[in-house]
Design a protein around this ligand. Structure first.
Ligand code: UFG
Length: 334
């Protein structure tokens, strides 16, 4: 089976390519390298010992995508490519809407033309906005608070309409919680360009001495210790969720939505403490004001994914903290 992976050199994309190859799928990657590095391609090959076909193209360029489908018999698609920084999306909404929506439309247009109707779409828990209740179930009300989140929700709506118009499609929408960690080889991981926005990439840079001090955004939330609570999930578990989703697209048609999380919420202070313990170091941090737009707590009810995809997260917060740091130590050595 040949799987087209858009954004396959990114953080979640690269880990998913490794799991696909390990499960004997053939992989075709399309990535424009806007937020990824070409070195990742060799790392994927090195980890798996398998070949991968690569196109350096933008999914927003329809002709390029059409050509890829013409040259390859693609059986299914996993669509990761997209912009993902919440703050940047508030500053540059046109860029976000254009990129994140045109890419999906192009892909679906080519899929329909070439009769490839199995799609796994990379969505986010951000589509739940500020949930009224916890844990979050897939049928909760959807609402967004920034253009990035709205592009995810709009993409979900587009896919729903495509399925309604063409029930031959089999579409799985995966709503990720907070992916961290890295592959056990330490060869691929998350290394954002510039100053990181997210918690774990920031912590690892404080640990490695590249940044001085972590700002903890708020200690007066209504949570166990006052700091924000999230459902962190190991990226390798998340990648395996995509394998289960691809398997399901081959079994039945329809459009289905799944939370990919562990179901456990950890506070910022708990993450810092666990990171310090497993890596045997100290993280310099200070409590500052809340970050605008943040919610107090967010964690999944992952029961539907277990029941219908036979998927559940296996790795714990210790492995996530250890592997996140291991990747940075390893890449700083190179
Ligand atoms: N935090 C800090 N200091 C930092 C960064 C984050 O204290 O320097 C705190 C935040 O306030 C929050 C927690 O750490 O309580 C997690 O923050 P992240 O930025 O790592 O993640 P978010 O939950 O805010 O955002 C993530 C993804 C988004 C997605 C969202 C909802 O980055 O893409 O989850 O699913 F939209």
């Amino acid at each position: 089976m040949k799987i087209l992976v858009t954004g396959g050199l990114g953080f979640i994309g690269s880990h998913t390519c490794v799991e696909l190859l390990d499960n004997d799928y053939e992989v075709v990657i399309v990535d424009n390298l806007s937020n990824s590095n070409i070195d990742v391609l060799d790392k994927i090959k090195k980890i798996t010992g398998k070949q991968v076909q690569f196109y350096q193209e933008d999914v927003c360029n329809y002709m390029a995508i059409d050509e890829i489908f013409k040259e390859n018999k693609i059986d299914a698609v996993i669509h990761f490519a997209g912009y993902k920084a919440v703050g940047e999306s508030v500053e540059k909404p046109i860029m976000y809407y254009e990129n994140n929506l045109v890419s999906t439309l192009n892909l679906c247009k080519a899929m329909q033309k070439y009769n490839c109707k199995k799609l796994v779409f990379s969505s986010s828990a951000t589509v739940y906005g500020s949930p009224k209740e916890l844990p979050i179930k897939e049928d909760f009300a959807l609402q967004t608070t920034n253009p990035y989140g709205t592009t995810k929700l709009m993409n979900e709506m587009i896919l729903e309409d495509i399925y309604k118009s063409d029930p031959d499609f089999s579409i799985i929408v995966l709503r990720y919680f907070n992916p961290i960690g890295s592959h056990s080889s330490g060869l691929i991981g998350e290394n954002p360009k510039g100053i990181p926005n997210n918690l774990m990439p920031y912590i690892v840079r404080v640990a490695s001495g590249e940044l001085e001090c972590l700002n903890v955004f708020g200690s007066d939330y209504d949570t166990k210790d006052g700091t924000g609570v999230r459902d962190y999930i190991h990226v390798v578990d998340l990648a395996n969720g995509h394998i289960k989703a691809i398997e399901k697209t081959f079994k039945d048609k329809g459009i289905h939505y799944y939370n990919l999380g562990t179901g456990n919420g950890y506070s910022v202070l708990e993450i810092i403490k666990t990171f310090e313990e497993v890596n045997n170091l100290k993280i310099n941090y200070k409590i500052v004001e809340r970050r605008p737009g943040d919610i107090a707590a967010c964690y999944a009810d992952p029961a539907k994914a277990l029941e219908e995809l036979n998927w559940e997260a296996k790795l714990g917060i210790e492995e996530m903290c250890r592997d996140s740091y291991n990747y940075i130590l390893n890449s700083n050595k190179e």
